[in-house]
Write a protein that binds this ligand. Structure first.
Ligand SMILES: Cc1cc2nc3c(=O)[nH]c(=O)nc-3n(C[C@H](O)[C@H](O)[C@H](O)COP(=O)(O)OP(=O)(O)OC[C@H]3O[C@@H](n4cnc5c(N)ncnc54)[C@H](O)[C@@H]3O)c2cc1C
Length: 428
C-alpha cells in the first residue's frame, strides 16, 4: 500500500481546517484533505454572520447569552477564551481581505440573532461564510508549505504502540485507491453530522467521520446526543439539503405565523425553544410547516434586498415572493454541539491527535449553540491547535514528524497485535 510522510495532516477544509493550516509555521509540511470539493463545506454556507465582542461593556452580556443558550452546560473557561479572542479574530480576517458590512460612517455594522441581548454579529450580506472561507482558501492555496487535496476521504485513523495518533488511512474518491498518510500530528476538522439526517441544512457528505473514527479507537467523545435543529429552513418537498433562512432575518423583524396568520412564539428565543414551539404548532394544526413573514423586517424591501439577497433569490426560485407573501418554513437538523472531546488547544486524549471546529466538543456551546458562535469558535480553537502543534515541534527541535519507516512499521505491527488480543479477550 502506498504511504507518505507529512508533518501535519488536517482532515477537513472548512473554516477550522483552513485556519489551522494557515497558522502552522511556514516550515511545517501540511497536507489538508477533504472528502468533497474544496468549496463543499458548511463553512461556505454560513449566512447570518460571526459574533464578536463589541466593547468591554458587552463582555458580561455576551458571556451570559452564550451560557443561557447553552442551558449553562457550557464550559465557562472555554466561553471566556472564545470571547476574549473574538475581536482579534475579526481583525485578522479583515487583514486577510474579508469584507464585512459597514455603516454610513464606515464602522462595522452589527446585526442580531435569536438569544442575543444586543446586536454583536458582523456579516457580509447573507453569505458571510462564503466571504470568510473563500478568502482563507485563497490564502492557503498560495502557501508553499500547504497542499490541499480534495476528493480524498479519511477512512480510518492510525495509532502507534503508545496510543499516539500517527496519521490516517485515506481513500481517493475518484480512483478508489486507499493509501496511508503518516503524520507527526493529525487534526480532525471533519465538520458536523447533518448527512446522517433525512432533513438537514448541512452538506450531505458531512457524516461525522471524525467522530466515528475517534469512537472506533477509544478516543474520548462527549455529548453525542447534543444536536441542534434550526427553526426556519425553507419548506420544500423531497429529501436532501434544506435551505436555511437565517435567524438574522428574525433578528431584523421577520415574524413566525400559524395557519391563521397569528404569531405564536417570541421569534428571538433560543433555537431549541423556537424549534419546540414550531413543532407544537405543526402538531396542533396537523401541518408540515409554519410560515415566516419577511415583510415585517425593519427597513422593508431595501433591507431585504441589501442584507438578504440570497434568501430573496432562493425563495423566488422556489415560487415565493417574500415581498408579498409569507414563506413556508420547517425545522431541520443544523448543528452538532457534541463531538470529539478537546481542550482549549484542540488536544484530544490521544497524543498527536487534535479536533477542531464542529467535529470537536470543547464545551463552548453547552447543550445549545448561540447563533453565530460557531464560525468564531472554529477559527479561534483551530488557531490555538496550530499554535500548540508549532510549540510541540519547536520543543522537539524541528519538524513534528520524528519516526522512521521502520519505527512506523513496528508501531503498526504492535498495534495490530494489541487489537487482535483485545478482540480475543472480548470474545471470551
Ligand atoms: C446553512 C448553514 C448556515 C450557517 N450559518 C452560520 C452562521 O451564520 N454563523 C455561524 O457562526 N455558523 C453558521 N453555521 C455553522 C457553521 O457554518 C459551521 O459550524 C462551521 O462552518 C463548521 O466549520 P468546520 O470547519 O468545522 O466544518 P465544515 O466547514 O463543514 O468543513 C468540514 C470539512 O471536513 C471534510 N470532511 C468530512 N469528512 C471527511 C472525511 N472523512 N475525510 C476528509 N474530509 C472530510 C469536508 O469535506 C469539509 O471540507 C451555518 C451552517 C449551515 C449549514
Amino acid at each position: 500500500m502506498r504511504a507518505e510522510y507529512r508533518g501535519t495532516l488536517i482532515v477537513g477544509a472548512g473554516a477550522a481546517g483552513l485556519n489551522c493550516a494557515l497558522h502552522l509555521p511556514a516550515g511545517e509540511d501540511v497536507l489538508v484533505i477533504c472528502k468533497g470539493g474544496l468549496k463543499e463545506s458548511d463553512s461556505f454556507l454560513a449566512q447570518g454572520g460571526i459574533c464578536v465582542l463589541r466593547d468591554a461593556g458587552d463582555e458580561a452580556g455576551y458571556f451570559e447569552d452564550t451560557m443561557r443558550a447553552g442551558h449553562y452546560e457550557n464550559d465557562p473557561e472555554t466561553v471566556r477564551c472564545m470571547i476574549a479572542h473574538s475581536r482579534e479574530t475579526i481583525d485578522e480576517l479583515i487583514s486577510l481581505g474579508v469584507r464585512f458590512a459597514r455603516d454610513e460612517e464606515g464602522a462595522l455594522a452589527y446585526t442580531r440573532e435569536g438569544a442575543h441581548s444586543r446586536p454583536r454579529i458582523v456579516f457580509h450580506a447573507d453569505c458571510t461564510g462564503r466571504e470568510i472561507t473563500s478568502r482563507l482558501l485563497r490564502v492557503a492555496q498560495k502557501r508553499t508549505n500547504v497542499e490541499l487535496r480534495p476528493y480524498t476521504a479519511m477512512v480510518d485513523l492510525l495509532f502507534g504502540v503508545h496510543g499516539e495518533c500517527v496519521g490516517a488511512a485515506v481513500r481517493d474518491r475518484h480512483s478508489g485507491e486507499v493509501s496511508l498518510v503518516y503524520a507527526g500530528n493529525t487534526v480532525l476538522a471533519t465538520g458536523g453530522v447533518g448527512g446522517l439526517f433525512a432533513h438537514s441544512t448541512n452538506y450531505r457528505i458531512l457524516t461525522g467521520d471524525g467522530v466515528g473514527a475517534a469512537l472506533a479507537h477509544g478516543v474520548a467523545t462527549q455529548h453525542l446526543d447534543y444536536v441542534q435543529f434550526h427553526p426556519t429552513t425553507l419548506y420544500t418537498r423531497g429529501r436532501g439539503r434544506r435551505f436555511l433562512i437565517s435567524e438574522s432575518v428574525r433578528g431584523e423583524g421577520a415574524q413566525l405565523l400559524n395557519a391563521a396568520g397569528e404569531r405564536f412564539v417570541d421569534e428571538l428565543l433560543p433555537r431549541d425553544v423556537v424549534t419546540a414551539a414550531i413543532r407544537e404548532q405543526m402538531r396542533r394544526e396537523g401541518s408540515d410547516h409554519v410560515r415566516l413573514d419577511l415583510r415585517t423586517v425593519r427597513g422593508g424591501k431595501r433591507t431585504l434586498e441589501e442584507h438578504f439577497p440570497g434568501i430573496v433569490r432562493r425563495c423566488r426560485k422556489e415560487g415565493y415572493d417574500v415581498f408579498s407573501q409569507p414563506v413556508p418554513v420547517v425545522p431541520a437538523q443544523h448543528y452538532f454541539m457534541g463531538g470529539v472531546k478537546s481542550d482549549l488547544s484542540g488536544r484530544t486524549n490521544a497524543p498527536h491527535l487534535y479536533a477542531v471546529g464542529e467535529t470537536c466538543c470543547n464545551g463552548v456551546h453547552g447543550r445549545n449553540r448561540l447563533a453565530s458562535n460557531s464560525l468564531l469558535e472554529a477559527l479561534i480553537f483551530a488557531r490555538r491547535a496550530a499554535q500548540d502543534i508549532a510549540a510541540g515541534s519547536r520543543a522537539r527541535g524541528g519538524a513534528s514528524w520524528d519516526h522512521t519507516q521502520q519505527e512506523i512499521d513496528a508501531m503498526l505491527k504492535a498495534r495490530r497485535k494489541r487489537v487482535k488480543e483485545e478482540t480475543h479477550h472480548e470474545g471470551e
